[in-house]
Design a protein around this ligand. Sequence first.
Ligand SMILES: Cc1cc2nc3c(=O)[nH]c(=O)nc-3n(C[C@H](O)[C@H](O)[C@H](O)COP(=O)(O)OP(=O)(O)OC[C@H]3O[C@@H](n4cnc5c(N)ncnc54)[C@H](O)[C@@H]3O)c2cc1C
Ligand code: FES
Length: 504
Amino acid sequence: MSAASNNERLAGEPVSLWVATGGTTEYPGLRGDVEVDVAVIGGGIAGLTAALALKRAGRTVAVVETARVGTGVTGHTTGKVTSLQRLAYTELRDRHGTETARAYGQANEAALGHIADTVATEGIDCDFRRVANYTYAESDDALARVRAEADLAAEFGLPATFTTEVPLPFPVKGAVRFDGQAQLHAVKYLQGLARAVDGDGSFVFEGARAQDIQEGSPCVVSLEDGSVRARDVIVATNVPFGDHGLFEARSRAHRSYLVAGRVDTPPLDATFISVDEPMRSVLTVGIDGKSYMLAGGEGHPASEATDTAAHYRRLAAFARDRLGVDEVAYRWSTQDGIPLDGLPYVGLMSPDAKHVYVITGLRKWGLTNGTAAALILTATLTGRENQWAAVFNSNRSAPADSAKRPDEENPDATGKPAGQPARADLTPGEGTVIEVGGESTAVYRDPEGQVHAVSAVCTHLGCIVDFNPADVTWDCPCHGSRFATDGNVIQGPAVAALPPRPMP
Ligand SMILES: Cc1cc2nc3c(=O)[nH]c(=O)nc-3n(C[C@H](O)[C@H](O)[C@H](O)COP(=O)(O)OP(=O)(O)OC[C@H]3O[C@@H](n4cnc5c(N)ncnc54)[C@H](O)[C@@H]3O)c2cc1C
Ligand code: FES
């Protein structure tokens, strides 16, 4: 895709509210070798929850995080902690049957309870608040669907009711309401988990990218300047690496966008998501005495190149017209794995693996799903039964349509760039892919006018990256890897940076 940037006309800092207000951590990198019971790769909700639960169960753990704790997908979430996930129960019942849908709900409710307990027992100051969560309907068709979802969820023993009293600032026809749900500041929560993990023979390492996993006795996780030796390894990197593509074929990276702006009213004791399209997700939060309204939506498969600035504009218009947000203060986007059959993947990395485990496919509900997944693996690694392990089993048979890979679906994504002329006239904030010396080169001119050139060939499987002018990233249309303009990996499955290229 070409690259004209409308960036300067988009309101708001291009950073997540949670990252902007969460402060940062400063754990050391790993130089040398450490030996622990369990190596956990990834300092997001899945990895840190597993690490702390395992430590509490008497295991030593080492969390290896390539960036900083909480700066991955979890730091870019909406912040709802809930077992009401739009119309998940109807969808899962239709696809997998009643018992699987019921078990999914129980696992998510248990995860919500685990988060509430952890906040209390570890004294984590993360703005955790109990709220009601609503899936609301504006059309008659959606109304019928929320009624059915409310009935089904109540039948599963979940805290569900149908209601026409919905505390949104605009009228709707009705909603499913789940009581006793929650929201939190995800970055602060993860920082609290990391604090509890580090020490007493357990470690958190930052700026530490796992590069390879050798399964054995022990397993060895290699990093640039060291290694972790452990009996078991949990790969909780959101998009797994070292899986030889097993999960890429069974889940799709799906992106969504969020905007947040100040409002004068205090935060509501409620969060919301629409059934009708375009889907909209709403949450209010108080941070440092200021109220913010968040609006999310505009989801699409990461393999589809779209006008990213237009997504932010539509969300800003929704926030202004329907939620009273005069000005967007923050805007951000992130992506999560949507499993093709609708259930997360939790368990051994492959049918042959014995000590390497994976958590992925959290279906954009990973605050609870990632927590449930971590508890399942904690049980597995400590020799206990977990009643939900079978439902989330990572080695269940793949759905029929998973044979098709995203790059096969999107043939334009591979091979050469689409014949764009070499351009010396990029204006500040623009990026484009051009041929330089016969090589596809991703060229970006920063706001100060300096040009940055890196290879445009994704280091995962060789597709050509696109410039995303609203987020100022290089995005791979094949399996969703994202790179900063200096080539560093923001999100996998790519593990290696885009190497620098000579200036055009
Ligand atoms: C727009 C959007 C809104 C969402 N809102 C909600 C919500 O309101 N409620 C909800 O429950 N869910 C929500 N989700 C989903 C939820 O945020 C995710 O499912 C969850 O945060 C994923 O957690 P994770 O631990 O898998 O990934 P991450 O938080 O990304 O953690 C993985 C970590 O691994 C690190 N890493 C990657 N590769 C390596 C490597 N090789 N070596 C070392 N470290 C590595 C990364 O830097 C990262 O920090 C949302 C998702 C999206 C896209
Ligand atoms: S080729 Fe797979 S993410 Fe780029």
